[in-house]
Write a protein that binds this ligand. Structure first.
Ligand code: G3P
Length: 233
């Protein structure tokens, strides 16, 4: 049984594989297995978001939650080239990212994508680049909202240190309209200290990519992140 990410007590580490070659094809499986082993050894919830073509292979290779990187706001039918929520579910995904800053949607389509994902029994992580948008998308009642200022994404400058205000402001604005949703933050997170700082700001986990995927030894970075989660306690 895959670990359930709805219990908000434990922080989570969600690793977005984006379209990096280091996390494509066979390497997506290898990185997912490394994440699973480290997470299990450290007792920390870890999940991965591979590319669509790698979803099935990854989800049959590991027992940790697997997320798609996007689903479209479409129902089954004549939508050539779109990504149907039911198809990523059938490929073994447990959830999906929605409105990542590198795959943005109109507000009305964010709401529809959350609905579509929910009806396909997928967990939803809606990304937002500002605290105002983070509050707005939390009204769609996703399972999680991830605040990620685009200017820090891929920078190596952690949002939890370079712009802690945006995390605090997002937590405040989101909680004012949605007391239930899990709040993640991401962008530039690359050390355990960055993760610890993020948790201290009130986030209940982090969304990371290059700091892990581009690392020479990703398993060591994931272990460092897990130690920070355990230190936070
Ligand atoms: O979805 C995670 C992402 O946008 C953060 O990217 O490379 O700064 O960890 P990165």
């Amino acid at each position: 049984m895959r670990s359930d990410l709805t219990e908000f007590s434990d922080p989570i580490l969600l690793i977005n594989f984006k379209t990096y070659l280091e996390s494509t094809g066979k390497r997506a499986i290898e990185l997912s297995k490394k994440a699973e082993v480290v997470g299990r050894d450290q007792g920390v919830k870890v999940a991965v978001a591979p590319q669509f073509c790698d979803l099935e292979q990854v989800s049959t290779s590991v027992d940790i939650p697997v997320y798609a990187q996007h689903v479209d706001a479409v129902a089954p039918g004549a939508y050539t080239g779109h990504v149907l929520a039911e198809s990523v579910k059938a490929a073994g995904a447990d959830g999906t990212l929605i409105n990542h800053s590198e795959r943005q949607l109109l507000l009305r389509d964010i709401d529809k994508s959350v609905e579509r994902a929910r009806s396909a029994e997928l967990m939803t992580v809606v990304c937002a680049g500002t605290s105002k948008l983070a509050a707005a998308v939390s009204l769609s009642e996703p399972d999680m909202v991830a605040i990620e200022p685009p200017e820090l994404i891929g920078s190596g400058h952690a949002v939890s240190k370079a712009n802690p205000e945006i995390v605090k402001d997002s937590v405040r604005r989101i909680r004012a309209v949605n007391p239930k949703v899990r709040i993640l933050c991401g962008a530039g997170i690359s050390t355990g200290d960055d993760v610890y700082a993020a948790l201290k700001l009130g986030s209940q986990g982090v969304l990371v990519a290059s700091g892990v995927v581009k690392a020479a030894k990703p398993e060591e970075i994931i272990a460092d992140f897990c130690k920070a989660v355990r230190r936070f306690g």
